[in-house]
Design a protein around this ligand. Structure first.
Ligand code: FES
Ligand code: FES
Length: 154
């Protein structure tokens, strides 16, 4: 079946065999958007996070057929090399990543949170991000980067 998706500001058409196929697969395999990652496939790690109408969702458990005309944003749509999102700038400035596999989950989850919460406390940031996993243990740097981005976003 043909399916229309609004992704990163563009309307695109994809062909899918299974309406239950996860949005993650459509983004990665049909649209070559490799920001969202496959981690657990069970909504447990956050690696696959994208925004749906501004809300962070786990694309590994979201059937592509359920999207309707919602606006999907992936990491590639969050900023540009010339105008990165403050979180992307902060990640570089704090030299956060080790293997980098988890980056998408943290940035997309934090971006959704910071879009609605100005000047969050450290406790609020930790609560907002508690469902995202990093197996390399970069949590201290991640927290610094999110706090730095929050300051940039005023
Ligand atoms: S891959 Fe979706 S939450 Fe882990
Ligand atoms: S940097 Fe490796 S999993 Fe987070």
């Amino acid at each position: 079946m043909r399916k229309s998706l609004n992704v990163n500001g563009r309307t695109v058409q994809i062909t899918i065999d299974d309406p239950d196929m996860p949005l993650l697969y459509a983004l990665r395999d049909n649209l070559a958007l490799h920001g969202p990652r496959f981690g657990c496939g069970l909504a447990q790690c956050g690696a696959c996070t994208v925004h749906m109408d501004g809300q962070a969702i786990r694309s590994c458990i979201t059937p592509v057929s359920s999207i309707g005309d919602a606006k999907i944003v992936t990491l590639a749509g969050l900023g540009t090399p010339d105008k990165p999102h403050p979180l992307q700038t902060a990640y570089v400035e704090e030299q956060v990543p080790q293997c980098g596999y988890c980056i998408n989950g943290w940035i997309m989850t934090a971006a959704s949170f910071l879009a609605t919460k100005k000047k969050p406390t450290e406790a609020e940031i930790k609560t907002a991000l508690e469902g995202v996993k990093c197996r390399c243990g970069t949590h201290v740097s991640i927290l610094k980067a999110v706090k730095r981005a929050a300051e940039m976003m005023g």
